[in-house]
Design a protein around this ligand. Structure first.
Ligand SMILES: Cc1cc2nc3c(=O)[nH]c(=O)nc-3n(C[C@H](O)[C@H](O)[C@H](O)COP(=O)(O)OP(=O)(O)OC[C@H]3O[C@@H](n4cnc5c(N)ncnc54)[C@H](O)[C@@H]3O)c2cc1C
Length: 379
């Protein structure tokens, strides 16, 4: 295809937007197949997007600010890269003596493991039931649309047989699981997650791994095949003109810094949030600030219907070891019901920590968790 050459416009055959792992692995795929006429443009001043391994100054410690685990091994390309390049550490085996998870209330009481195990088992069955609506094409119960609604009803039923402090403990353990599930599902609240579709998420089989040299090391391996000059940082795309006759069917991309690119094809890897923010649907007809012409209606509708929540990581670094040498996870049991009863209209901007569900001991003085927070906490 002939490309119209414009003054001040950088020509390239393929333009990849976003230098997260999707953008970098697209580039690696092109490069290893002998195709190097591409550029990657990235808004941030670093490569990696939601993968971000951070060195802690003055120590050999590395903390992940984003992705941390390889979830499953079968058909998992990240696992394959990490394994082939000797980057792996098995999630539990190599933790040495660290094998114990403790469940602590906010007053520091450790909950008996029998209660925890019973609740874990019941919760596991409930999650399995939620998945079966999709997996077995079963109709969901009347009036129950979300995973949150289903859990509310079922958990209440399971708690009916318990009274007083025993009931309270179990309620807190179930709540802890629910908070963890919001992170796994990437939502603010399980009431936003469709019960009929919940089971479509497929977890890859096999154990979970961490990557001791950092998740960044997987990116570094991919980057080894990508010509350095093909990556442009600090280039935020502001508009994309595609499929126009005045561009010979190609694509014209303009960045906020004024630079323009012309390409035959683009590979878009930015997140759903960027897509949502680029289109103002409150106006009729909707105004798409990124794409001209706007994306096809079925794509716009899908972008609008799909939801997401905030998942962030909290790392706590201490000057000296603070937990026993056998502890792997500290599970946090918050008594939200009592708190909410005593505090009308609590100020959520100062209470975000009550959504932390557990900390994992990365090493003796580093605790880490990925946690889901309500979006409005941060606005
Ligand atoms: C706290 C946290 C923990 C996580 N834990 C795990 C885990 O343990 N295991 C796991 O497998 N996954 C985990 N994930 C998810 C995983 O990090 C992401 O799925 C993955 O990194 C997404 O990669 P991506 O390339 O698709 O998108 P991104 O990493 O979001 O990359 C998109 C890139 O596009 C850039 N961009 C955006 N807008 C523009 C624009 N207008 N112009 C140019 N560039 C733009 C962004 O700056 C970004 O670099 C976690 C995520 C978070 C946030």
């Amino acid at each position: 295809m002939a490309t119209v050459v414009r003054e001040g416009t950088t020509q390239t055959k393929v333009l990849i937007i976003g230098a997260g792992i999707a953008g970098i692995s697209s580039a690696e795929y092109l490069a290893k197949n002998g195709f190097t006429d591409f550029k990657i443009i990235e808004a941030a001043d670093r490569i990696g997007g939601r993968i971000w391994t951070h060195d802690i100054g003055g120590t050999s410690l590395k903390v992940e600010m984003g992705a941390n685990w390889i979830h499953g091994i079968e058909r998992n390309p990240i696992y394959q890269i990490a394994d082939e390049n000797g980057l792996l550490q098995l999630r539990y085996k190599d933790k040495g003596l660290r094998h114990r998870n403790i469940f602590l209330t906010e007053t520091g009481v450790e909950v008996h493991s029998k209660t925890v195990m019973e609740c874990d088992f019941t919760y596991g069955l409930l999650i399995q039931q939620c998945e079966e609506f999709f997996q077995m094409s079963m109709p969901t119960p009347y009036d129950i649309d979300s995973v949150g609604d289903y859990m509310d009803v079922e958990i209440e039923e399971k708690l009916e047989n318990f009274m007083g402090s025993e009931r309270k403990m179990r309620e807190m353990i179930f709540n802890q699981h629910i908070k963890q599930e919001t992170v796994v599902s990437g939502c603010n609240d399980l009431h936003e997650v469709s019960l009929s579709e919940f089971g479509c998420y497929e977890e890859l089989p096999g154990v979970h791994y961490t990557i001791p040299p950092g998740f960044q090391s997987v990116l570094d391996i991919l980057l080894g095949k990508v010509p350095e000059n093909n990556i442009l940082l600090n280039h935020t795309v502001k508009s994309i003109r595609w499929g126009n006759n005045d561009n010979d069917g190609g694509v014209l991309v303009e960045c906020e810094n004024g630079r323009k690119f012309s390409a035959e094809r683009i590979i878009w890897t930015c997140s759903l949030g960027v897509l949502k923010a680029s289109c103002d649907r409150m106006i009729d007809p909707p105004v798409d600030r990124m794409f001209d012409p706007p994306l096809p209606k079925e794509k716009r509708d899908a972008i609008e219907r799909l939801g997401f929540g905030v998942v962030d990581r909290v790392n706590l670094i201490f000057d000296e070891p603070i937990v026993d040498t056998d502890i792997f996870r500290i599970e946090l049991l918050w008594d939200d019901e009592s708190y909410n009863a005593e505090n009308r209209n609590p100020d959520m901007s100062t209470l975000w920590y009550r959504k932390l569900y557990s900390f994992e001991v990365v090493n003796d003085n580093l605790l880490s968790v990925a946690a889901g927070f309500l979006l409005e906490y941060w606005l």
